[in-house]
Design a protein around this ligand. Structure first.
Ligand code: SAH
Length: 359
C-alpha cells in the first residue's frame, strides 16, 4: 500500500466521503494491505454502532415468474429451462410463522416481477403478515412498480423496500438490461420509495460484466449521496441459461473491499453478507461480516421451491430446512464472536423515530 492509498482511507474514515475520482483511485490502487486496513476500520465501526449483533432477515422467495429479461438473471423471462413457481398467500404466511418461531422479526418477500401480485393481492399478504406478527418488519423486494403501488403497500404495512440500483452508470445499466428497461425508471422507483417513507435498500453486483473502477466509483458516490438505509452487494455469478453464461464471476476480494468502503461511507447502514458471497467462498458470509457487513438473510422459502429460485448457478442452502439454515448461521456467527439479533433491527434513525412515535 502506498502513501496515497493510506491517505484516501484516512479521509474516507474521517469524512465518510471521497470524490468520484478518488473512489476510482482507491479501487484501482488496492492491494492486500489496503484491504486489511479497510476491513479493520470498517469492522471496528460496525462494532461501535451495532456491537456484536448481526441482524437476521428471513427471506421468502415468493415467485420465480418474471416479466423482465435482465441479462444476468437466471429467472429472466427468456430462460425457458427455468422451473417456475408461485407461493400462495397461505404458503407465504406459513413460512413466516415458521420463521417467527425460529426467532425472525423481519420477513423479506422477494420475487420476480410476477404480474399475478397485483396491489390488491400483495397488500392483502402484507397486512395479513403484519396482523399475525405485529412486532415484525416486512421488507419487500418485488421490483419496479408504480408510485401508487408502493404507496398502497406502505399503507398496508410494508416497512422496507429493497431495489438494487444495479449500477449508477446509465450506459452500464443499458448493457445489463434489455432495451425496455431503463436506468431512469429504476432511479425513479428508488426516489419514490424514499419519499413515501420506506427504509430503502439499493445495491449492485460486484464484478458484473462491463463494470469498471469508474462505474464502481459512481455506485459509491450514489450510495454516499442517496443515503439508503440498506445496501445489498454481492458478487455477480453467471447462470448457465443466460446471455452472460461465459462471463467471469465477481471476486471475494473485491466484494469484501467494497463492503468495507460502504461501511465507512455509511456507518449506520444495514449491510448484508449475501448468499451470493457465501456461494463463491465457503466462509464468504463470515468474511463479509469481518469486512463490515452486519446482516445475514437466511432462506425461509419452502424447501421444495428453493432450487427453482435460481438467480445464479450453485446457490447455497437450497437443500436445507429453515431451522438447519438458522442453526448453521448461528454457529458461523458464534465462531466470529457475533450473535444474531432478536429485534426488528430497523436502521438506527428509523428506530429512534419509532420509539418517539410509540411514546
Ligand atoms: N425482481 C426483484 C428482485 C431481483 S433478485 C428486483 O428487480 O429487485 C435480487 C437481486 O439479485 C438483483 O437485484 C440482482 O442484483 C441479484 N442477481 C440477479 N442475478 C444475479 C447473478 N447472476 N449473480 C448475482 N446476483 C444476481
Amino acid at each position: 500500500m502506498n502513501g496515497r492509498e493510506r491517505e484516501l482511507i484516512a479521509v474516507l474514515e474521517r469524512e465518510h466521503r471521497l470524490s468520484e475520482a478518488e473512489y476510482a483511485e482507491l479501487i484501482r490502487g488496492r492491494d492486500e494491505e489496503a484491504a486489511a486496513l479497510l476491513a479493520e476500520r470498517a469492522s471496528e465501526l460496525r462494532r461501535s454502532v451495532f456491537g456484536d449483533t448481526v441482524y437476521l432477515r428471513g427471506l421468502i422467495e415468493i415467485s420465480s415468474i418474471c416479466r423482465n429479461n435482465c441479462l444476468y438473471c437466471g429467472i429472466r423471462r427468456d430462460n425457458r429451462q427455468a422451473e417456475r413457481y408461485r407461493l400462495t398467500k397461505e404458503e407465504i404466511l406459513s413460512c413466516a410463522d415458521e420463521g417467527y418461531t425460529l426467532g425472525f422479526r423481519t420477513f423479506v418477500l422477494q420475487g420476480g416481477e410476477d404480474l399475478f401480485f397485483t396491489d390488491e393481492i400483495l397488500c392483502g399478504i402484507v397486512s395479513a403478515l403484519k396482523e399475525r406478527h405485529p412486532d415484525c418488519a416486512v421488507t419487500l423486494s418485488m421490483g419496479e412498480r408504480r408510485r401508487e403501488s408502493y404507496q398502497a403497500l406502505f399503507d398496508a404495512g410494508a416497512d422496507r423496500y429493497l431495489l438494487r440500483h444495479e449500477t449508477a452508470d446509465d450506459a452500464h445499466y443499458a448493457k445489463l438490461h434489455p432495451e425496455e428497461m431503463s436506468f431512469e425508471n429504476r432511479m425513479r422507483c428508488l426516489r419514490e420509495l424514499k419519499d413515501i417513507g420506506y427504509q430503502v435498500g439499493c445495491g449492485f453486483m460486484v464484478g458484473s460484466p462491463f463494470q469498471t473502477a469508474e462505474t464502481l466509483a459512481k455506485d459509491l458516490k450514489f450510495i454516499e449521496t442517496f443515503r439508503p438505509e440498506m445496501c445489498g452487494i454481492g458478487p455477480f455469478i453467471p447462470h448457465r441459461n443466460t446471455p452472460f453464461r461465459d462471463e467471469t464471476p465477481g471476486t471475494l476480494e473485491l466484494t469484501l473491499f467494497l463492503l468495507s468502503v460502504i461501511r465507512l461511507i455509511l456507518p449506520e447502514v444495514l449491510l448484508p453478507a449475501t448468499t451470493a458471497l457465501g456461494t463463491i467462498h465457503p466462509r464468504g458470509r463470515e468474511l463479509g461480516i469481518l469486512a463490515g457487513a452486519n446482516v445475514v438473510m437466511p432462506n425461509l422459502s419452502p424447501v421444495v421451491v428453493r432450487k427453482k429460485y435460481e438467480l445464479y448457478d450453485n446457490k447455497i442452502c437450497t437443500g436445507e430446512e429453515s431451522a438447519q439454515c438458522v442453526d448453521c448461521l448461528a454457529a458461523r456467527l458464534d465462531a466470529i464472536g457475533c450473535h444474531p439479533a432478536v429485534d426488528r433491527g430497523d436502521a438506527p434513525g428509523f428506530a429512534a423515530l419509532r420509539r418517539e412515535a410509540a411514546t
